[in-house]
Ligand binder design. Structure first.
Ligand code: ZN
Ligand code: ZN
Length: 279
């Protein structure tokens, strides 16, 4: 079962993982769990997408059940959480802790729905993510349209305003990939994007502290060709200075091979997560 050639990662827990319930991901829960054993992760939290914005429901509000794309509903969520309970029991016996969470796409007024879901289902970890600005996704194709008509300062103002509302909603444990605008923005706007958070992120941090919302170190930036994780070390250090909670480490894996990406290196910068290590 164990691959002795696998990387040695101590205390590693991957808390941002998209199984094939997400329309843009591959790999069943079992395939992810097998990979977690191979990579010697101790813990894995599934966080499939929950995109319920009524404005974009026709494009986003789906889950994949047994290979079929189905409209997002309490039935699809029941399937997801029951399947997680099964692997939790099966793989728990092998020493792997499996948890169930969701990555909620934030939208204005989502609090009631997020709260309803958290009350009805065993959501152990809730990530809030801002994935679009002005209705345009920060993904490869639509971000080109977005960037073309928007100066960087304006983009940053709008993005951070949304993220601040996401934090202020008080319904999330953690904000996803807080400088993800870099993903395709770096190529378009150049190096100025690396410092555009200055003077903007401080207010977000204050809101995060008030509402006890943490942030994650998300290593997926590495597979997007960036030298630094989301967020950059400058932002991690600012967060530390301010006392913002680092909540989790995640690969944002969309297939099992991406699980625990670069965690050997990332482990060294997320020491806040291991307060029991006596230094
Ligand atoms: Zn996300
Ligand atoms: Zn994600």
């Amino acid at each position: 079962m164990f691959d002795m050639e696998g990387p040695m990662i101590e205390l590693a827990a991957d808390f941002h993982v998209h199984p094939d319930y997400s329309i843009d991901a591959k790999g069943s829960l079992d395939e992810y769990c097998e990979m977690a054993l191979t990579k010697r992760l101790l813990e894995l939290c599934f966080t499939t997408h929950y995109d319920a914005d009524p404005k974009y429901a026709a494009d986003d509000a789906f889950m994949v059940i047994n290979g079929n794309k189905e409209k997002l509903s309490d039935e699809t969520l029941t399937h997801y959480f029951e399947n997680i309970r099964r692997v939790h029991e099966e793989y728990g016996m092998l020493g792997l802790m499996i948890r169930g969470g969701l990555e909620f796409g934030w939208y204005e007024g989502c609090e009631a729905e997020v709260t309803r879901i958290k009350n009805k289902f065993p959501v152990e970890f809730s990530i809030g993510g801002v994935h679009s600005v002005d209705g345009l996704c920060l993904c490869e194709e639509s971000s080109k349209k977005l960037f073309k008509n928007m100066p960087l300062e304006k983009l940053a103002d709008k993005y951070f305003a949304k993220l601040e509302k996401c934090a202020a909603s008080g319904v999330f444990d953690c904000l996803a990939h807080i400088d993800v605008y870099r993903k395709y923005g770096l190529e378009f706007y150049g190096d100025d994007i690396l410092t555009i958070h200055r003077g903007r992120i401080e207010k977000l941090f204050d809101t995060m502290i008030v509402h006890n919302v943490g942030y994650e170190v998300n290593t997926s930036a590495i597979r997007h060709g960036h030298p630094e994780y989301y967020p950059t070390m400058e932002i991690v250090n600012l967060a530390r200075e301010k006392g913002v909670l680092l909540r989790s480490l995640g690969s944002d894996a969309h297939c099992p091979e991406q699980l625990g990406l670069d965690f050997e290196v990332a482990s060294s910068i997320i020491y806040d997560l291991f307060p029991y290590v006596d230094e």
